[in-house]
Design a binder for this molecule. Structure first.
Ligand code: GSH
Length: 222
């Protein structure tokens, strides 16, 4: 494999999916962090959608985390996607659902009014309930083996650690399997090491400085 370069951002959950996959497959790579609020010209030239992650493989450029993760998986020994076509498609569907949950999280932390905040909270709680229905005895999405779908859910749960610091909001109330899944993912080395050690402070600072209902709650809890 040519030398790999992952264009990254410290807080991006989609970048984390790629980093977890690189780590699970023990793939040597270089990571370059950019400022999304001030995108370098070379990045704008490279990235058709102007988004991270981007993976450079020699002269080739890949974008979209699902594409990047599947390429990394398919081009190295072992597999993190099911071999059965239907089961693989089901995992892809739940990776999409994890992305929709990330959209829900962004809606939650960006809501400016208390009403909208409560609505977003209810939607997110419902999303986690849907996930609960898919989980078996664990510890991971499909049992004992770690898959790409797990790399997609781990960054979702990482947000909850910071939300807990502001009261938790009961996002997983009444659920049993999802909290256990969250814990199992948090203990996995590839997940723990997918962000820099200052990630919690960076995320807290990012959330605190938004014009949002959550920022007000965080200020109140500080
Ligand atoms: N569907 C994309 C989503 C990637 C994405 O939304 N990246 C965000 C950061 S987390 C980004 O680069 N945003 C740049 C911008 O909005 O200008 C994927 O799976 O890679």
């Amino acid at each position: 494999m040519s030398r790999l370069q992952l264009i990254s951002h410290h807080l991006c959950p989609y970048v984390q999916r790629a980093v977890i996959t690189l780590s699970e497959k023990a793939i040597d790579h270089e990571r370059i962090y950019i400022d999304l609020a001030d995108k370098p010209t070379w990045f704008q030239t490279l990235s058709p959608l102007g988004r991270v992650p981007v993976l450079r493989i020699g002269a080739a450029v890949l974008f979209e985390s699902a594409v990047i993760c599947e390429y990394l998986d398919e081009s190295t020994p072992g597999w993190l996607h099911p071999q059965d076509a239907l089961e693989r498609a089901r995992h892809r569907a739940w990776i999409e659902f994890a992305s929709a949950t990330l959209d829900g999280i962004a809606g939650f932390y960006n809501a400016t009014e208390a009403d909208a905040f409560a609505n977003r909270l209810a939607t997110l709680h419902d999303r986690f309930g849907r996930l609960e229905d898919q989980l078996g005895t664990g510890p991971y999405f499909a049992g004992a083996r770690f898959h790409l779908v797990d790399a997609a859910w781990a960054p979702v749960f990482r947000y909850l650690d910071t939300f807990d610091a502001a009261g938790g909001f009961g996002l997983l109330d009444g659920l049993v399997r999802v909290p256990a899944y969250r814990l199992a993912l948090a203990e996995r080395a590839s997940v723990r090491n997918a962000v820099t050690t200052d990630y919690p402070e960076r995320l807290y600072d990012f959330l605190l400085h938004r014009n949002s209902h959550l920022a007000g709650l965080l200020r109140g809890a500080a």
